[in-house]
Design a protein around this ligand. Structure first.
Ligand code: GLA
Length: 462
């Protein structure tokens, strides 16, 4: 596969920037932050289980110039995104939910908090003028929004000489992106910042650790878009947050059960904390553990309160509170706690096995694990949709070694692992059996179905 050639695009962006922000004495810089696909490990990051993504050769590019004052002026080469302007402050009020400017504000807020809280400095970050461009399909589960947060942050880090290294930035931004209203984990920011050419990243959390595993040349990652919007706003946002809350409640119930049964403390905040606890042996047979703790699947909030011996007010404050201070509305039918935990525990184990497969170049076995993961995402975590399931099935029938939804789910893309020598034939079959029903033109096919290669992480280009 040929390298994507960005040189011409970069030249055009710089020329456009100079037209949009005239002033000949300006110093102009160009930064990029890549998208990611996740090979396996979905909704494990915020549970302290690992993930296995790679940064890809699609990116957000920012051409920017520093300002002496605190004003931030953002323009976008895509005319769907109107200009935005704001002042950096200690508390930056967000735009309405879903506004693209919030992703840049999230980066400013995170780094301003770092400066004030961790460094004890009273000064405000300086502003910038920026023109943003990108070739990541939006709302497709490839993390275009985190790439914008990351790209903004690397600019701010440089312009303000904060000297934050990539791991520290990734940790700050994982928390910082909650500013936009999603209780996400840390995978996207870490992958976009720390990506490496020709390698997948096994990422562990709390604290963030990255292991690079070479990705074999004779296999190709093909991304296919289900054409169902996977916006992290509105209903998908709420469905995502519900999964996070189900895991929080489930983890508390596991902890309580173990304390009551064994009469010892079980201080676990996240399900993955079990790995390092005195109960780690229970992870050898997670089905048995879940069957013992949870007599059934669904639990209403009140029931979890009785099981945790906690009154409603305290329960809501501890487990239903979102970053902005609002509360999640608990669904009348209850939380599907047992099956959510079954997915997370199984998926955590699949990531460990997958990382080993990749090291051994056992791609067939990695592919099996990917199919298993998709099934668990669809049945236990309920984050798939008919179009994603159909894409995975078509991929399987056409020789993909592995295929699964990638990212938060609820639409977006699938990731397909295909032998490099079979990629063209694979794509033709996907077009005939899926895309021809929806799209007409050749260029539409290539926008929705493309091969990608593991790429390097966010950086200054010019
Ligand atoms: C989104 C979040 C990530 C992760 C994935 C699901 O992309 O931003 O932190 O939770 O969903 O694996």
């Amino acid at each position: 596969m040929r390298e994507r050639n960005n040189e011409k695009r970069y030249k055009n962006i710089i020329a456009d920037f100079k037209r949009s922000f005239p002033g000949s004495e300006k110093e102009v810089f160009l930064y990029r932050a890549p998208a990611r696909v996740n090979l396996i490990g979905e909704h494990t990051d915020y549970n302290n289980f690992p993930v296995l993504p790679l940064a890809i050769d699609r990116e957000i590019t920012i051409c920017a110039s520093p300002r002496k004052d605190n004003k931030v002026i953002l323009k976008n080469r895509n005319s769907c995104f109107a200009d935005r302007e704001f002042e950096v402050d200690f508390q930056i009020a967000p735009y309405p939910r879903g506004d693209w400017g919030n992703y840049s504000k999230a980066a400013f807020q995170a780094l301003q908090d770092y400066l004030r809280i961790q460094k004890g400095e009273k000064k405000l970050l300086s502003g910038m003028e920026a023109l943003i461009d990108g070739d990541i399909p939006a709302s497709s589960g490839l993390s275009s929004s985190s790439a914008l947060v990351v790209a903004s942050a690397v600019v701010i880090n440089d312009f303000n000489k904060l000297n934050l290294d990539k791991l520290s930035l990734a940790e700050l931004l994982a928390r910082g992106e909650k500013y936009v209203g999603t209780e996400g984990g840390g995978m996207d920011q870490a992958a976009s910042l720390c990506g490496k050419k020709r390698a997948a990243l096994k990422i562990d959390f709390f604290p963030l650790r990255i292991e690079y595993i070479p990705f074999p040349e004779d296999y190709t990652i093909v991304v296919s878009n289900s054409l169902v919007d996977a916006k992290k706003s509105a209903s998908a946002n709420s469905a995502y947050n519900q999964r996070v809350i189900e895991c929080r409640l489930g983890t508390a119930l596991v902890g309580r059960f173990l304390e009551d049964k064994y009469k010892v403390e079980c201080p676990i905040n996240l399900l993955g904390d079990l790995k390092k606890s005195k109960f780690s042996d229970l992870l050898k047979d997670t089905d048995k553990m879940l069957d013992e703790i949870f007599p059934r699947d669904d639990f209403r909030l009140g029931e979890t309160g009785s099981m945790l011996k906690m009154e409603q007010g305290e329960l809501r404050k501890r487990y239903l509170k979102l970053k902005g201070g609002s509360y999640f509305n608990s669904p009348p039918s209850g939380f599907k706690i047992k099956r959510r935990l079954r997915h997370v525990l199984g998926e955590g184990e699949r990531v460990e096995k997958s990382a080993q497969c990749l090291k051994n170049q056992d791609m067939e076995e990695l592919g099996h694990l990917m199919y298993q993961s998709h099934r668990s995402c669809a049945e236990d975590y309920e984050i798939s949709c008919p179009e994603l399931n159909q894409l995975v099935e078509i991929a399987r029938q056409n020789g993909a070694v592995g295929a699964r939804l990638t990212g938060a789910g609820f639409g977006g893309c699938t990731v397909n692992l295909v032998q490099s020598c079979r990629v063209e034939q694979f794509k033709r079959s996907m077009i005939d059996q899926f895309y021809r029903d929806y799209l007409k033109k050749e260029e539409d096919f290539s926008a929705c179905l493309f091969s990608c290669r593991p790429s390097s992480g966010a950086e200054r280009v010019v």
